[in-house]
Design a protein around this ligand. Sequence first.
Ligand SMILES: [Zn+2]
Length: 471
Amino acid sequence: MNIIPKAKNFKESGTINIASTFQADEKLLCCKKAFFRIVFKIYGVHLKEGEGGINLCYDETLAKDEYVIEGATVKASDKEGASSGLATMLQLMEKAEEGFTLRNTCIRQKPDKDFRAFMTDLGRQWHEFEALIGYVDLCYLNKIKYLQLHFTDDPIWTYPMDEFPRLGNDATRYTKEEIKYLVEYAEEAGVQLIPEFEGIGHSKQLIAAYPELFGNTYEEETEEVQAVTGPNMGKVDNIMCVGKPGIFENIQKMLSDIAKTFKYSKYIHIGCDEAKHENWAHCSDCKAYMERQRMDSTKKLYSHFVEKIVDMCISLGKTPIVWEGFPYEGTENISRDCVVVAWESHYQLAPELLESGFKIINAAWKPMYIVPPHHKSLQWSVTDGDWNVYKWQHFLAMSAAYPDPIIVEPTDRVLGGMLCQWECSLEEERPRVLLNLPMTADRTWNVEGFYTDEEFHAAKAKIMEMSEKLI
Ligand SMILES: [Zn+2]
């Protein structure tokens, strides 16, 4: 068997030989371009249109996202099902002297979870544009539906923002043309991009480039202020000033740019974690704003700001996603259309988020975080500890998911899981991604009945060999 993700309905009888050709029902022709180019990248073969090879058929009886494979025929009722079926075909093919040898199978598959995701941190170490293309291909191959791009963080701003040209520099910023190309490329592959604009905290680049628009005006150099600005306030703060006159208009300009550029994306991720809100108590602009709003705590100010930018995303036609990290106070005012990534099990816990009406995504530190190799003890595999989308684990005592995991009852409001790469260079993250992404694919596609660790390692060779040709 050895298909990843594991196919629960699977029959196999020998192999058949097929031509290097492809034909598709008109309704599914949109899948052709991505399939042709990935076949070339993996097998070095230019497919041609015609009979005798892979045949993609429209079948309206199949459910959304579902596909059926019967020999050389893939059937689906939508683009996602068709793309998934073709991605599975890649695992069944071998290049022959003429055309391909194909394992002769009957497979019927449909994902248990829609949110099967991979996130890459572009804001700590520069990733060449080609790496983003490679990650789209890798997501396609693994049937990972969402690719989140963490475009900005304290060290680097990589996104070209039309209205704010001082953000980032040419050496470590993608061009608008590259981003437009990426958006079309991902759309053709049926991979949805999630642009992340990390706001409130992690905003050093924004404040360094435009202190007059985003920087706090500290009245005094308290210990709390110094913790982020250093002695004599010599370092740039990384928490934006949420009381600055014009702040909402400026955030709106940025979100509009992102919403327009990522025209096919359902989601925008707006960060919202790890902001040292206590500092706002020492900023004259934030204090004045709190007075006008009759707010008595910086925690409420934090939630208020999240509420406002969540609403902005919704008004732009996008579903906002935030990291777990905003405080309890004021949470009741945040739209429940906002999706929360539960990662640390510290600020807010998965059961509480569900209880209070949010939909959530599992990105539990253990095992869904990939970090630089010097953190040797943190190199988890997804199969460590029998992870599934309803289980949160951590390695630090500060987390409520340590030492015992947090487990929630199965529910549709856990949308799925996300593997996250943090702080690595492409070279550093590559071996972990190659191994953990197919595991993530299996555990999010199959909430139950996924491979055991042993089965996965026996099944991984083919997909890893193909993956190595993509990134
Ligand atoms: Zn302020």
